[in-house]
Design a protein around this ligand. Structure first.
Ligand code: HEM
Length: 126
């Protein structure tokens, strides 16, 4: 069960960041498909399943936010990734700003992945 959940969570993480980067590039290029309903809805489905698998894993490994600091960092990191993504895809109006928020979301994601693998709050900075 643990292995299946971890693979599911990891696979959904890859789908989430790949989908975000493809949409961000399309958005910067002014592509019309970025505004289509399925393209806007699917990321919510992926991210909800991604979070659900993460929460199920918490119970498997019995490590919890605000108890274990690396999990706290992951939860805060996920929120930051979502906020930066909204900034890149909805709020930013110029291409340089869209690029900056996209890189911020990508950097946050890479950092949180490093926290996941190291199980240390400082992740790749440890
Ligand atoms: C951008 C956000 C996230 C990324 C990129 C991410 C990525 C990953 C990756 C790659 C693994 C597998 C690590 C390994 O194979 O050792 C993992 C494991 C895990 N993740 Fe996440 N995750 C994120 C968010 C979350 C959130 C929000 C939670 C909790 C609600 C969570 C809970 C867990 C747990 C409990 C594990 C298993 C740790 C263990 O094996 O001891 N993750 N995550």
């Amino acid at each position: 069960m643990y292995i299946a959940l971890k693979h599911t969570h990891t696979l959904l993480a890859v789908i989430s960041i790949s989908g975000f980067l493809i949409r961000a590039l399309g958005h910067m290029a002014g592509a019309a498909w970025v505004q289509r309903k399925p393209v806007r809805i699917l990321p919510h489905v992926v991210d909800t399943l991604f979070l659900a698998a993460g929460i199920a894993l918490l119970f498997q490994v019995q490590q919890y936010p605000f108890v274990n600091d690396w999990v706290t960092v992951k939860v805060i990191g996920l929120i930051a990734y979502i906020v930066f993504g909204v900034m890149a895809l909805r709020v930013a109006k110029t291409t340089p700003l869209k690029a900056v928020w996209t890189l911020a979301a990508l950097g946050t994601f890479v950092f949180v992945a490093s926290v996941a693998y190291s199980k240390q709050a400082a992740g790749l900075f440890a």
